[in-house]
Each structure stands twice: as structure tokens, then as C-alpha cells.
Design a binder for this molecule. Structure first.
Ligand SMILES: [Cu+2]
Length: 136
């Protein structure tokens, strides 16, 4: 685990160099923060037909565990890699979900195909959270 935070240190400045706008949106990816049982922002657009990164951080102030599930993002041919400080769980060879304790983050590299919409969810402990990424 000790080497994992380094990845964020390397990746986030690259992302943030592109834009520091308030909507935290980046051309080749975007940053989502979880606050009060909500993905913020819960929708975004990214460049289509391009390698893209989605960073999701659990920023809850209380001890609230979240997960990231996504049939779309974790499917073969879409997912490139999952990094970060969260706990990655697998079903066979496929990522089934990533658990995020407060302060943890997941860095999802994937190929965004133009025209597709990718959804991700958290349903742990009765949560009904959803976010979408549209590749344009
Ligand atoms: Cu949740």
C-alpha cells in the first residue's frame, strides 16, 4: 500500500495543470469528489475516442465507506488500469468494485469511445449514488 499514494502525486498535477476551473472538468478526464452521499459532479463530458482518466475521491467528513461499481468502465476493452489508494475487488479477472474509505481515491484509466455514456454507481449500505461520463 505504501507506494500507492505516489500515483496520485504523479497523476493529479498532470490533470490539474490542464485546468483549475471550479467545475473540475478536464479535457482528457475529470475529477469527482464524494460529498454527502453524492458524486460531485455527477455528470461530465470527456473527449471521445481517447484514453481518459477518472479520479474519484471520498471526501466525506464522517466515517462513510463508498464503493465504485461500473459495468461500463470495468469491461474488457474499456478499462486500462485501476490505481489509487482504494481497495480493488475482482470477480474472476474483472474488477467488480473499488471500496473507498474517507480520504481514499481511485484513479481509473479507460478508453472513452465517442458517443458512449459510461455510468458508475455506489449501492453499498443502501446508497443510491450514480454518476455518468459522456464521451463526445
Ligand atoms: Cu456510497
Amino acid at each position: 500500500m505504501s507506494k500507492l499514494p505516489l500515483i496520485s502525486v504523479l497523476v493529479l498535477p498532470i490533470l490539474l495543470a490542464g485546468s483549475l476551473s471550479a467545475d473540475a472538468q478536464f479535457r482528457y478526464g475529470h475529477l469527482v469528489q464524494i460529498h454527502e452521499l453524492t458524486f460531485v459532479p455527477d455528470s461530465a463530458q470527456v473527449q471521445g475516442d481517447a484514453f481518459t482518466v477518472l479520479v474519484i475521491q471520498n471526501r466525506e467528513e464522517g466515517p462513510i465507506l463508498h464503493e465504485v461499481r461500473s459495468k461500463d468502465l470495468f469491461e474488457p476493452g474499456t478499462l486500462i488500469s485501476v490505481q489509487g489508494t482504494g481497495t480493488v475487488e475482482y470477480e474472476g479477472k474483472q474488477v467488480s468494485r473499488v471500496l473507498l474509505a474517507p480520504g481514499e481515491e481511485v484513479v481509473i484509466w479507460y478508453y472513452a469511445a465517442k458517443g458512449r455514456t459510461y455510468t458508475y454507481q455506489c449501492t453499498i449500505n443502501g446508497h443510491s449514488m450514480q454518476g455518468t461520463v459522456q464521451a463526445v
